[in-house]
Design a protein around this ligand. Structure first.
Ligand code: PLP
Length: 403
């Protein structure tokens, strides 16, 4: 059977592949500490589950409006107004099957073949394939650990051309675990203000999970950017709802023109999200918000713990995690050395596979995150303090045996 060139050009998600491999190894009874997971290890708050269960029993089991019910869209708009300071209404909101599909729809709505999309790297593995599926050309701006993986206004200015259509921003960042301060966002915005043809797609899925001195500043809350920012968020990470598949976008510009285009595509692709989750959206963004701070505080404690432990690894550089639930150490000091099992470490790829085979610790090699990624591994701290301590101890011991 013929597989299209489009399908053939897209690699599978490496992060989901690691998660699947660890699941298999654990099912075989192997003693694995997994730092691969891209999802909270908490369960969805009961009040949110109850809202969906009640909706099923109430018969809300038929097709829902494509962009989401009016109540769910209003709940999202209210959250964005109150928590993020974005001037928007329900008409500017679309609700989609996970923020991953929201990013996909936004790029499909904005990018024509040949358009350039600026992507600061290291970046989440799915952005590049999604840019390419839209026919866009990725223009990478790399930032390394010494800059906490953050690009400068000068780098941004140098990357913008007349063909730039979109700048993708993800703060706090997967995989870096760092975030832009409000001043740094304003610095980037001062460049964007000189280039009104550029739209910002701001993926703020980790915006509530922050551990530093600043809250996350939404680009779309800055007056000059309101009409050319697509803000993307969802319930997956904040409310431990990854399996529910609920993401959303807000774009008030041109009377919600981007949202309308996304809805038209969604109407032909998936219709709407699952109907009986709509009341759960309203509950999560209402009563459910009270549960978020407890999860955030637990993540903050783990961020501190894992950073302290990783810093004990000789010569490994690692910025402090200030957002999301990832830490992204530079392990390039091990390159050229040989693991206890006889594997020569040349990049994060060999590092991760030797570590898994020899120490039973699963990390994600940074190669697919681009930029300086091949010198790094991503470790998720969406796991217990005991697992963090045990896993980091095993890595330290294994590092001590490299020759
Ligand atoms: C930066 C970023 N954006 C979007 C998503 C997708 O979230 P969802 O599970 O809602 O599709 C992820 C998930 O890993 C992510 O890390």
């Amino acid at each position: 059977m013929n597989i299209s060139k489009r399908a053939g050009s897209i690699p599978p998600s490496s992060t989901l592949a690691i998660t699947a491999k660890v699941r298999e190894m654990k099912a075989r009874g192997e003693d694995i500490i997994g730092f691969g997971a891209g999802e909270p290890d908490f369960t969805t708050p009961a009040v949110i589950c109850d809202a969906a269960i009640d909706a099923i029993h109430d018969g809300q089991t038929h097709y829902a409006p494509t962009p989401g019910t009016p109540a769910a869209r209003e709940a999202v708009a209210a959250k964005l107004r109150e928590e993020n300071g974005i001037d928007c209404s329900a008409d500017h909101i679309t609700i989609n099957n996970g923020a991953k599909f929201t990013v996909y729809l936004a790029l499909q709505a904005l990018v024509d073949p040949g358009d350039e999309v600026i992507l600061p790297t290291p970046a989440w593995v799915s952005y590049k394939p999604m840019i390419e599926l839209a026919g866009g050309t990725m223009v990478e701006i790399a930032a390394d650990a010494s800059a906490e993986f953050k690009i400068t206004p000068e780098q941004l200015e140098a990357a913008i051309t007349p063909r730039t259509r979109v700048m993708l921003l993800n703060s706090p960042s997967n995989p870096c675990g760092t975030m832009y301060s409000p001043d740094e966002i304003h610095g980037l915005v001062s460049v964007l203000e000189r280039h009104p043809h550029v739209t910002v797609v701001s993926d703020e899925i980790y915006e509530q999970l922050v551990y530093g001195d600043h809250p996350a500043l939404s680009v779309g809350s800055i007056d000059s950017m309101r009409d050319r920012t697509v803000t993307i968020n969802g319930l997956s990470k904040t409310f431990a709802m990854t399996g529910w598949r609920i993401g959303y976008a807000c774009a008030p510009g041109d009377g919600g023109a981007v949202i309308k285009a996304m809805n038209t595509m969604q109407s032909q692709m998936t219709s709407s999200i699952t109907s009986f989750t709509m009341p759960a959206v309203v509950t999560a963004l209402g009563a459910g918000r009270a549960e978020v701070d407890g999860m955030r505080r637990t993540f903050a404690g783990r961020a501190e713990l894992i950073h302290g432990l990783v810093r004990q690894w000789d010569d490994v550089l690692c910025p402090r995690p200030t957002g999301a639930f990832y830490i992204f150490p530079d392990i390039s000091c091990t390159f050229g050395r040989v693991s206890p099992g006889g594997i020569r470490l040349e990049s994060a790829m060999e590092f991760a596979s030797a570590l898994l085979a020899e120490a039973g610790v699963a990390v994600v090699p940074g190669n697919d995150f681009l930029g300086p990624g091949p010198r790094h591994v991503r470790m998720s701290f969406a796991t217990s303090e005991e697992q963090i301590a045990e896993g980091c101890g095993r890595v330290r011991e294994w590092l001590g045996k490299l020759t």
